[in-house]
Design a protein around this ligand. Structure first.
Ligand code: KG4
Ligand code: ZN
Length: 334
């Protein structure tokens, strides 16, 4: 007998629904929210309202694309934490209502575990134990994954996430939100060695990006004082130099984690894993150090319900179901 799971992701500004059958993702439908662009960042109240508008049509499209109806579903999964509380509430209320109406089990999924397990959606998949650098707009973590449901956070950011470092740098350069992909685009034509930004000295496997932001701010103020057109004339080199520093901060810690644990199966996940500089640097570092490296397909890097469905499949097999009294949580311990 096969098992079909519907998964909902609504932790930030993407409303997504996915269907998986026996661990195979049949569809992963994602609706973004353009409403935030004009504000230069995600506005939580607007995100919740957009989720309310999107959730029913998004689930409808996903079921149709997968060729199933609600009566074929064996379980309903949703992102329980962490994320924006209003956004999480929309997804959790929808999932709980559907589970109750269909009398099917409910599965609560941890968003950060799901980012890590996105690496297992397609072949070749890493073997256990593996390390995952999860880099998104909200999180930066190095996770040791011993099995699908056994993970340990070895290090994380003490302030801004890597995606925030990209987006805040882009804002200082007057680039529109989200600026990460634009920094990546300009960096492709720039010289990464032209401007040297400092690397923070943070003990252990933790990260910090707030000092970098401040140094970029002062660097730009000095540059503009000397030449009001400084940013426009040097944009590609500035972007390449910022990206180079963010990537080296990330990879130095990842390299250290691999050395300390002796693990050579190394993955990245999260929206920032779309960054071309990070992808290339990871591949080069892997070749130098004899690692097997893995990066999920783009649709499974940014927030998506496919990774929630993948994680839900492991929880389903382990019999780990949630009660209808379960509440979403903005912050979540592992
Ligand atoms: O995982 P994600 O879609 O959402 C969160 O959970 O935060 O990650 C979004 C983040 C944003 O900060 C965005 O600027 C960044 O990922 N990002 C990139 C690139 N593509 C997305 N940053 C740098 N280079 C990229 N190509
Ligand atoms: Zn995420």
């Amino acid at each position: 007998m096969s098992t079909t799971i519907l998964a909902i992701e609504s932790s930030c500004d993407e409303t997504s629904a996915a269907v998986c059958k026996d661990g195979q993702i049949l569809t992963n439908y994602i609706a973004g929210q353009a409403v935030h662009e004009q504000f230069g960042g995600v506005v939580p109240e607007l995100a919740s309202r957009a989720h309310m508008q999107h959730i029913v049509p998004v689930v409808d499209v996903a079921l149709k694309q997968a060729g199933v109806t609600v009566t074929d579903l064996d379980a309903i999964a949703f992102t329980q934490a962490p994320g924006l509380i209003g956004s999480l509430l929309v997804g959790s209320c929808f999932a709980k209502s559907l589970a109750l109406a269909l009398d099917k089990p409910l599965i609560a999924v941890h968003h950060m575990q799901a980012h890590v397990l996105a690496n297992l959606i397609a072949e070749p998949a890493p073997s256990y134990p593996f390390l995952c650098l999860t880099v998104s707009g909200g999180h930066t973590q190095i996770v040791l994954c011993r099995s699908p449901l056994d993970m340990e956070v070895l290090g994380e950011t003490l302030d801004d996430a890597a995606g925030e470092a990209f987006d805040k740098s882009a804002k200082l350069l007057d680039l529109p939100y989200p600026g990460g992909p634009l920094i990546d685009k300009h960096a492709r034509s720039g010289n990464p060695e032209r401007f040297a930004f400092p690397e923070p000295q943070i003990p252990g496997l933790n990260f910090s990006f707030s000092g970098l932001k401040t140094s970029i701010l002062y660097f730009l103020q000095d540059g503009k004082r000397a030449d009001p057109d400084f940013v426009r004339k040097n944009l590609d080199d500035i972007c390449a130099s910022i990206q180079h520093r963010i990537v080296t901060i990330l990879l130095h810690k990842l390299g250290r984690a691999a050395k300390e644990t002796g693990i050579r199966e190394v993955c990245i996940a999260g929206g920032v894993s779309a960054n071309s500089g990070l992808r290339t640097a990871l591949k080069e570092m892997g070749e130098r150090r004899g690692w097997n490296t893995y990066i999920p397909a783009f649709q499974y890097c940014t927030d998506n319900a496919g990774m929630i469905a993948q994680t839900a499949w492991y929880l389903y097999q382990a019999g780990q179901f949630a009660d209808l009294s379960v509440s979403p949580s903005a912050r979540a311990e592992w």
